[in-house]
Design a binder for this molecule. Sequence first.
Ligand code: HCA
Ligand code: CU
Length: 383
Amino acid sequence: MRRREIPVDGFHFIDSTLREGEQFRGAHFSIADKLEIAALLDCFGVEYMELSTPIASPQSADAIKALADMPRRFKLLTHIRANLDDAKLAVDCGVDGADVYIGTSDYMREYSHGKSLDEVIEVGREVIDFLKRNGLETRFSTEDTFRSNFADVMTVYRAMDLAGVDRVGVADTVGVADPLQTYNMVSNLRDVVNCDIEFHGHNDSGCAVANAFSALQAGATHIDTTVLGVGERNGITAMGALIARLYTYDRALVEKYDLPLLAEIEALVAQKLKIDIPFNTPITGAVAFHHKAGVHTKAVLNNPTTYEAIDPADFGMSRIIDVAHRLVGRNAIRNRATGLGIDLEEEVLQLVTAQVKSLADEQEITTDDVDRILGATVLAVDD
Ligand code: HCA
Ligand code: CU
């Protein structure tokens, strides 16, 4: 399979922390919270921010107006159902664009809006036409794309493209797609429409980041992300993880973003949501640059790239060389000693390493224990 190159300026992040992320358990963003999060994401360089529909509540509409008025570089979007009432409210709130969605799977058509395919197309055209006449950027997405009839969704996308939509969206609403399916869906769509293509993927089966990356390789131009991946159920593609994926593929792809801000943004959103940053979060998780086994630490001390695909310094993060355990190696102990201003002879180094290992076999130890052993040994040798 031939993959398309991902063009450096050819893709955009649509941050949906204040829309999809507002659907996360326990999310109660105030307008001040929304402004604070948006300001940081703006500095980071996300190209778009998507907010909950103004129809959701008066605060939702006020928040959109507040963000519309803040100094910003990102384009402001709101996420609306495919109907004219929602579209009119969106226009009144002063957004730059509207992300319109409607379900196309049998489930959605039967249990949600009850419209036939022709009706979906008709209402889509009407809404897109209205939004365009009011100067808005428009996107039309088929919710639950992967469980919809393939020919049906392509028919809808083609009709919306002809209606002049700026983007069509592929949505893996229930997180069932895999990277190959995503690649095939987006590349087929690429051949059917001329407009831009957006991907929105849920993480129910753990593929949200991989699917977003596949979508980009297949020619998608816009990816929906949220900070830490928060969203309905267990969420969608996490911005930081997608940044990590793109960085390891080609660092040039992420240079347009202010990478050292990532940790600050995640800490802010985690604090607002009263959650911890999961330990296994790429780049910013507590153990993302933690090296432990002797074989690893030796090589990392010689050249970090041996066991690091990402340079922590690019994100203002630090590497940790863990010395307080039984798997420790001499090189790590030497590095610790040097850091403390202690210069060890090879023999002493071996002795200290053996002592650390034997203590770690007896009990859980800390770096303080290692430092104590180092200090005591040095004193003993000096005597
Ligand atoms: C939902 C809607 C949505 C919409 C995605 C989109 C989804 O909350 O169910 O507009 O592209 O996952 O389908 O988030
Ligand atoms: Cu979603």
